[in-house]
Write a protein that binds this ligand. Structure first.
Ligand SMILES: Nc1nc2c(ncn2[C@@H]2O[C@H](COP(=O)(O)OP(=O)(O)OP(=O)(O)O)[C@@H](O)[C@H]2O)c(=O)[nH]1
Ligand SMILES: [Mg+2]
Length: 381
């Protein structure tokens, strides 16, 4: 049994089965002269089918066996016997898997629902046996057709988690702490950056039994678009979220200013995708139990027009309000894999300004490098 590994992107080679050949055969039987043609048809080649399964949470299974070849159809035989169809190769994929053609980049399928099926490669048709060529003037035909080849593709599979809400924030902002307070998920919480290296989804339950799914992804830092930190790779898991929850460490525990964090986060989102940057967003000011947070919040709220939810995951203040607000904000937003964006309503200039030289304070960078190295090695398994 291989250790669990979170795989959210994998290349595969799919090949459907070839159709079975038609048969060329003549009836041979005691006391039956010139029995005539009796070659049956070949069976269809097996399809390669992907089916969504909510028990799958990663593409790990496919990662270890990326050659997905379906069975060939069986050739026809004498006595007008049809060949059996090749068995379809049914592959379970996690809900949220998008399938792309590796050469053209076109979307082949987007599997979002449990039990949703998509025929990715069609099996070849079976060939015809010589019995089909029999006519009154052509009574001993030897013609038959071979089976068609099955479809064959090189594809990329990308898992984009299905969650209603995506948490965005710098490392150590308290994203995982918040998720553990509002849902039953138990993400690891620790006082070092990049504690979360793989996305985690938690389900928030309400008294009327309605639920929403919240995704916690690794921390985003300035320069992530250039590969700093864990880069932008995991941002694909936010692409299907209808609402983003921006978690800010209002106390600036790591020596950064909350407003700078907020600007950097918006900038990185815009650099990843303009659509993601327009996604509706709520801002959460975390660590309000610390006195510095109260001071910093004063200047922060002067610069932002969005309502700010003040919380602390230590003494649970504002946590109930976050749950209620999430529900209220999500209700009017259309369901679907990609919600239409609502323009940002903040005061700051929307256009992203990137200044590569203006990087994180170097002391912090050095400290981050150590954690990062560890996180990347852990992620690569
Ligand atoms: N004082 C205080 N500390 C907090 C609060 N919320 C989180 N922390 C602390 O902040 C540190 C980081 O919390 P995490 O929840 O792991 O932060 P994260 O955003 O998930 O960080 P990464 O997974 O590294 O991206 C931990 O030591 C928490 O105990 C809070 O409201 N108040
Ligand atoms: Mg975390």
């Amino acid at each position: 049994m291989k250790a669990h590994k979170f795989v959210d992107s994998v290349g595969v080679h799919v090949r459907a089965g070839k159709g079975g050949d038609g048969s060329c055969s003549f009836r041979r039987e005691a006391c039956v002269e010139k029995g005539g043609p009796d070659g049956g048809d070949g069976g269809r080649g097996g399809h390669v089918i992907f089916v969504g399964d909510h028990d799958e949470d990663s593409l790990q299974r496919i990662y270890y066996s990326p050659l997905l070849f379906a069975e060939h159809g069986v050739p026809g035989r004498g006595q007008k016997m049809y060949g059996r169809n090749g068995k379809d190769l049914v592959i379970k994929v996690p809900c949220g898997t998008a399938v792309f053609d590796r050469d053209t980049g076109a979307v082949v399928a987007d599997i979002t629902d449990h039990r949703q099926e998509a025929i990715i490669a069609r099996g070849g048709k079976g060939g015809l046996g010589n019995v089909h060529w029999k006519t009154s003037t052509h009574q001993a035909p030897t013609e038959f057709t071979p089976g068609d080849l099955g479809e064959e593709f090189h594809l990329n599979l990308e898992l984009k988690l299905l969650a209603d809400v995506g948490l965005v924030g710098f490392p150590n902002a308290g994203k995982s702490s918040l998720l553990s307070r509002i849902s039953d998920a138990h993400p690891k919480v620790a006082a070092y950056p990049f504690t979360t290296i793989n996305p985690i989804v938690g389900t928030v339950c309400y008294p009327d039994f309605s639920q929403i799914r919240v995704a916690d992804v690794p921390g985003l830092i300035k320069g992530a678009h250039e590969g700093v930190g864990l880069g932008h790779e995991f941002l694909r898991h936010l692409e299907r979220s209808r609402l983003l929850l921006c978690v800010i460490d209002m106390a600036g525990v790591d020596g950064r200013e909350p407003w700078d964090d907020y600007k950097a986060l918006r900038n990185e989102l815009a650099l990843h995708s303009a659509e993601l940057a327009r996604r509706p967003m709520l801002v959460v000011a975390n660590k309000m139990d610390l006195p510095e947070a109260v001071e910093k919040l004063k200047s922060f709220r002067r610069r932002i027009r969005l309502p700010i939810l003040r919380i602390s995951t230590v003494d649970d203040r504002g946590i109930a309000e976050v749950k209620t607000r999430l529900w209220e904000e999500l209700r009017p937003l259309p369901r679907g894999t990609r919600a239409a964006g609502r323009p940002a309503t903040e005061l700051e200039t929307p256009a992203p300004v990137v200044d590569a030289s203006d990087e994180i304070v170097s002391a912090e960078k050095v400290r981050l490098a150590g954690f990062l190295d560890m996180a990347v090695r852990k992620r690569k398994g």
